[in-house]
Design a protein around this ligand. Structure first.
Ligand code: AMP
Length: 188
Protein backbone atom coordinates (compact mmCIF):
# COMPACT_ATOMS: atom_id res chain seq x y z
CA UNK A 1 0.00 0.00 0.00
CA UNK A 2 1.35 3.43 -0.91
CA UNK A 3 -0.24 6.45 0.69
CA UNK A 4 0.09 10.18 1.09
CA UNK A 5 -1.01 11.77 4.36
CA UNK A 6 -2.13 15.25 3.58
CA UNK A 7 -3.26 18.18 5.74
CA UNK A 8 -2.20 21.44 7.39
CA UNK A 9 0.51 21.60 10.05
CA UNK A 10 -0.95 20.22 13.27
CA UNK A 11 -3.60 18.14 11.49
CA UNK A 12 -2.33 15.02 13.25
CA UNK A 13 -0.48 13.43 10.31
CA UNK A 14 2.38 12.15 12.47
CA UNK A 15 0.07 10.71 15.11
CA UNK A 16 -2.10 8.92 12.56
CA UNK A 17 0.98 7.73 10.67
CA UNK A 18 2.03 5.79 13.79
CA UNK A 19 -1.32 3.94 13.83
CA UNK A 20 -1.22 3.17 10.11
CA UNK A 21 2.37 1.96 10.38
CA UNK A 22 1.47 -0.37 13.21
CA UNK A 23 -1.62 -1.78 11.56
CA UNK A 24 -0.52 -2.04 7.93
CA UNK A 25 3.25 -2.29 8.30
CA UNK A 26 4.00 0.48 5.81
CA UNK A 27 7.10 2.66 6.18
CA UNK A 28 6.53 6.19 7.43
CA UNK A 29 8.46 8.81 5.48
CA UNK A 30 8.27 12.30 6.96
CA UNK A 31 10.31 14.95 5.19
CA UNK A 32 10.03 17.15 8.30
CA UNK A 33 11.57 14.38 10.45
CA UNK A 34 14.35 13.76 7.92
CA UNK A 35 15.14 17.48 7.83
CA UNK A 36 15.10 17.84 11.64
CA UNK A 37 17.48 14.89 11.89
CA UNK A 38 19.75 16.51 9.29
CA UNK A 39 19.77 19.73 11.32
CA UNK A 40 20.64 17.82 14.48
CA UNK A 41 23.52 16.08 12.72
CA UNK A 42 24.65 19.36 11.13
CA UNK A 43 24.80 17.85 7.65
CA UNK A 44 25.04 20.05 4.56
CA UNK A 45 21.31 19.59 3.87
CA UNK A 46 20.51 20.35 7.51
CA UNK A 47 22.49 23.57 7.57
CA UNK A 48 20.84 24.68 4.34
CA UNK A 49 17.29 23.75 5.42
CA UNK A 50 17.49 25.28 8.89
CA UNK A 51 16.84 28.92 8.00
CA UNK A 52 13.79 28.06 5.89
CA UNK A 53 12.30 25.87 8.59
CA UNK A 54 12.82 28.35 11.39
CA UNK A 55 10.80 30.91 9.43
CA UNK A 56 8.07 28.44 8.52
CA UNK A 57 9.00 28.65 4.84
CA UNK A 58 9.25 25.68 2.53
CA UNK A 59 12.66 24.17 1.93
CA UNK A 60 13.36 24.37 -1.84
CA UNK A 61 11.72 21.66 -3.95
CA UNK A 62 14.98 20.10 -5.24
CA UNK A 63 16.21 19.37 -1.72
CA UNK A 64 13.08 17.63 -0.44
CA UNK A 65 12.45 15.86 -3.72
CA UNK A 66 15.95 14.35 -3.60
CA UNK A 67 15.27 13.07 -0.07
CA UNK A 68 12.08 11.37 -1.29
CA UNK A 69 13.74 9.98 -4.42
CA UNK A 70 16.38 8.26 -2.27
CA UNK A 71 13.91 6.94 0.31
CA UNK A 72 11.57 5.50 -2.32
CA UNK A 73 14.43 3.83 -4.16
CA UNK A 74 15.70 2.28 -0.89
CA UNK A 75 12.24 0.86 -0.16
CA UNK A 76 11.91 -1.07 -3.42
CA UNK A 77 8.71 -3.13 -3.34
CA UNK A 78 7.80 -2.13 0.22
CA UNK A 79 4.73 -0.02 0.94
CA UNK A 80 5.09 3.47 2.35
CA UNK A 81 3.21 6.52 3.47
CA UNK A 82 4.45 10.02 2.79
CA UNK A 83 3.85 12.61 5.49
CA UNK A 84 4.57 16.24 4.67
CA UNK A 85 5.42 15.57 1.03
CA UNK A 86 4.45 16.73 -1.55
CA UNK A 87 3.81 20.31 -0.47
CA UNK A 88 3.90 22.10 -3.83
CA UNK A 89 2.59 21.29 -7.31
CA UNK A 90 6.18 21.03 -8.48
CA UNK A 91 6.87 18.38 -5.82
CA UNK A 92 3.70 16.50 -6.78
CA UNK A 93 4.79 16.43 -10.42
CA UNK A 94 8.28 15.26 -9.47
CA UNK A 95 6.79 12.55 -7.28
CA UNK A 96 4.68 11.43 -10.21
CA UNK A 97 7.84 11.07 -12.30
CA UNK A 98 9.70 9.17 -9.56
CA UNK A 99 6.80 6.73 -9.15
CA UNK A 100 6.30 6.25 -12.88
CA UNK A 101 10.02 5.49 -13.29
CA UNK A 102 9.73 2.93 -10.49
CA UNK A 103 6.61 1.41 -12.06
CA UNK A 104 4.48 2.09 -8.98
CA UNK A 105 1.63 4.42 -8.02
CA UNK A 106 -0.16 6.04 -5.08
CA UNK A 107 -3.20 4.11 -3.83
CA UNK A 108 -4.72 6.90 -1.75
CA UNK A 109 -4.22 10.43 -0.52
CA UNK A 110 -5.75 10.81 2.93
CA UNK A 111 -6.60 14.45 3.49
CA UNK A 112 -7.12 15.30 7.17
CA UNK A 113 -9.62 18.13 7.34
CA UNK A 114 -9.10 20.34 10.40
CA UNK A 115 -10.19 23.89 11.18
CA UNK A 116 -7.61 26.68 11.62
CA UNK A 117 -8.71 27.09 15.20
CA UNK A 118 -8.06 23.45 16.03
CA UNK A 119 -4.70 23.56 14.27
CA UNK A 120 -3.49 26.49 16.37
CA UNK A 121 -4.70 24.81 19.56
CA UNK A 122 -2.98 21.53 18.73
CA UNK A 123 0.32 23.11 17.73
CA UNK A 124 0.40 25.21 20.89
CA UNK A 125 -0.07 22.01 22.89
CA UNK A 126 2.61 20.21 20.86
CA UNK A 127 5.07 23.06 21.48
CA UNK A 128 4.74 22.45 25.20
CA UNK A 129 5.40 18.72 24.80
CA UNK A 130 7.97 18.56 21.99
CA UNK A 131 9.49 22.04 22.09
CA UNK A 132 9.77 22.30 18.31
CA UNK A 133 11.44 25.55 17.30
CA UNK A 134 8.99 26.18 14.47
CA UNK A 135 5.91 25.87 16.69
CA UNK A 136 5.93 29.49 17.92
CA UNK A 137 2.90 31.65 17.20
CA UNK A 138 4.42 33.77 14.40
CA UNK A 139 5.95 30.80 12.67
CA UNK A 140 2.72 28.80 12.96
CA UNK A 141 0.85 31.63 11.26
CA UNK A 142 3.35 31.67 8.45
CA UNK A 143 3.20 27.89 8.08
CA UNK A 144 -0.58 28.06 7.80
CA UNK A 145 -0.30 30.79 5.17
CA UNK A 146 2.23 28.75 3.21
CA UNK A 147 -0.07 25.72 3.48
CA UNK A 148 -3.04 27.64 2.09
CA UNK A 149 -1.10 29.27 -0.74
CA UNK A 150 1.20 26.49 -1.87
CA UNK A 151 0.01 23.16 -0.50
CA UNK A 152 -3.79 23.12 -0.39
CA UNK A 153 -4.07 23.40 -4.23
CA UNK A 154 -2.65 19.87 -4.37
CA UNK A 155 -6.01 18.57 -3.26
CA UNK A 156 -7.40 19.47 -6.68
CA UNK A 157 -4.46 17.71 -8.33
CA UNK A 158 -5.16 14.43 -6.49
CA UNK A 159 -8.91 14.75 -6.73
CA UNK A 160 -8.61 14.90 -10.48
CA UNK A 161 -6.72 11.61 -10.60
CA UNK A 162 -9.32 10.06 -8.29
CA UNK A 163 -7.19 9.14 -5.27
CA UNK A 164 -8.21 11.85 -2.79
CA UNK A 165 -10.10 10.79 0.34
CA UNK A 166 -11.15 13.56 2.71
CA UNK A 167 -11.34 12.47 6.35
CA UNK A 168 -12.68 14.61 9.20
CA UNK A 169 -9.62 15.26 11.35
CA UNK A 170 -11.38 16.60 14.44
CA UNK A 171 -12.29 14.88 17.70
CA UNK A 172 -10.67 11.91 19.40
CA UNK A 173 -7.44 10.50 17.99
CA UNK A 174 -8.94 6.98 18.06
CA UNK A 175 -12.04 8.14 16.13
CA UNK A 176 -9.89 9.76 13.46
CA UNK A 177 -7.82 6.56 13.21
CA UNK A 178 -11.04 4.58 12.70
CA UNK A 179 -12.20 6.89 9.92
CA UNK A 180 -8.88 6.48 8.14
CA UNK A 181 -9.06 2.75 8.63
CA UNK A 182 -12.47 2.76 6.95
CA UNK A 183 -10.89 4.28 3.85
CA UNK A 184 -7.88 1.96 3.86
CA UNK A 185 -10.02 -1.18 4.23
CA UNK A 186 -11.83 -0.31 1.03
CA UNK A 187 -8.55 -0.15 -0.85
CA UNK A 188 -7.61 -3.73 -0.11
P1 AMP B 1 6.59 19.19 9.13
O1 AMP B 1 7.30 18.43 10.19
O2 AMP B 1 6.05 18.34 8.03
O3 AMP B 1 5.57 20.16 9.68
O4 AMP B 1 7.72 20.11 8.42
C1 AMP B 1 8.43 21.08 9.14
C2 AMP B 1 9.14 22.02 8.17
O5 AMP B 1 10.05 21.29 7.34
C3 AMP B 1 8.22 22.75 7.20
O6 AMP B 1 7.64 23.91 7.77
C4 AMP B 1 9.20 23.08 6.07
O7 AMP B 1 10.04 24.16 6.42
C5 AMP B 1 10.06 21.83 6.02
N1 AMP B 1 9.49 20.82 5.10
C6 AMP B 1 9.02 19.58 5.43
N2 AMP B 1 8.56 18.95 4.34
C7 AMP B 1 8.72 19.79 3.30
C8 AMP B 1 8.41 19.74 1.91
N3 AMP B 1 7.81 18.67 1.35
N4 AMP B 1 8.73 20.82 1.14
C9 AMP B 1 9.34 21.88 1.66
N5 AMP B 1 9.64 22.02 2.96
C10 AMP B 1 9.34 20.99 3.78
Amino acid sequence: MRLILFGPPGAGKGTQADFIKEKYGVEHISTGDVLREAIKNETEVGLYAKSFMEKGELVPDEVVTEIIRQKISELGEQGFMLDGFPRTLEQARSLDGILTDAGIGIDAVISLEVSDEEVVQRITKRQKIEGRRDDTEDVIRNRLRVYKDQTSPLKGFYEEIGVLHAVAGGGLISDIAERIDGVLKQLK
